[in-house]
Design a protein around this ligand. Sequence first.
Ligand SMILES: C[S@@+](CC[C@H](N)C(=O)[O-])C[C@H]1O[C@@H](n2cnc3c(N)ncnc32)[C@H](O)[C@@H]1O
Length: 215
Amino acid sequence: MGYCATRGGPSECLTAEACYEHLIIHVRDSLAFIRQSIGNFRQTGAILPSSGSLARAMVDAIGPIQTGDILVELGPGTGVFTRQIRKRFPDNPLIAVEFNEALAARLRHSQPDVHVVCGCASEIRRHVETLGLDPDRIGVVLSGLPLLSLPRPLCDAILAGLGQVVPIDRRYVQFTYSQRAWQKWHLAGFRRENPRRVWLNVPPASVLAFTRSDG
Ligand SMILES: C[S@@+](CC[C@H](N)C(=O)[O-])C[C@H]1O[C@@H](n2cnc3c(N)ncnc32)[C@H](O)[C@@H]1O
C-alpha cells in the first residue's frame, strides 16, 4: 500500500484514476472552504480544512460506540471528519450541525446518508429531537468548532449544551491549534484525557478528549 498525499495517510486508491479523483475532491473542498473563510474568519476559524491525519486521530478518540448510538458532529465544514466518522461507524445515525449555509448545503449533497442540520451547535438537543431521534442515545459529540475564536457567550452556550447531552462515560472530542489556551478551561462534569498531537496538519493541532464523569 502506498502513501496518499491528499489523504495524508496510507493510500486506499486502487487505481491512479481513483487517486486523481480524490485529489480533485480535496482541491475543490479546500477552495470552497477558503471562500467561506474569507470575510467569515472568526466563525470559520481556519484557513484550510483539516488533514486526513487529524480526522483519523479525532475519530480514534471517540471511544466505544454501541449499535444505535447517535454520533453528533459540530462544525463539519467540508466534511473531512464526517467522512472518517462514516467510514468507521457506517451503521450509526450521524448528525452534522453546520452554521454556514453554503457549507451545510455542500455537505448535504456530498454525504446524503448524514443528517446535515444547518443551525447552531448550542442547540444539540433541539436538533436531535427535531429529527425524531432520542437525545438520550447520543454516544459521542465530536467538534471541529473554532471555540477559541467564537464570541465567549456563544462558546459558553455550546459548552453548557454539551453538558446536557453527553451521557456519563461518553466523550466530547475537540481539536485545537492552541493546547495552551485550553489549559485554562475547566469543563464542569468532564474528565480531560491525555491530548494527542497531530503534526501532519496545517497548522499542527491537538486532539482533546473529555469523558463525562458525573451527572
Ligand atoms: C475550523 S472549521 C472546521 C471544519 C472541519 N471540521 C475541518 O476540520 O476541516 C469550523 C467550522 O465550524 C462552523 N461553525 C462555526 N460556528 C458554528 C456554530 N455556532 N454552530 C455550528 N457550526 C459552526 C464553521 O462554519 C466551520 O465550518
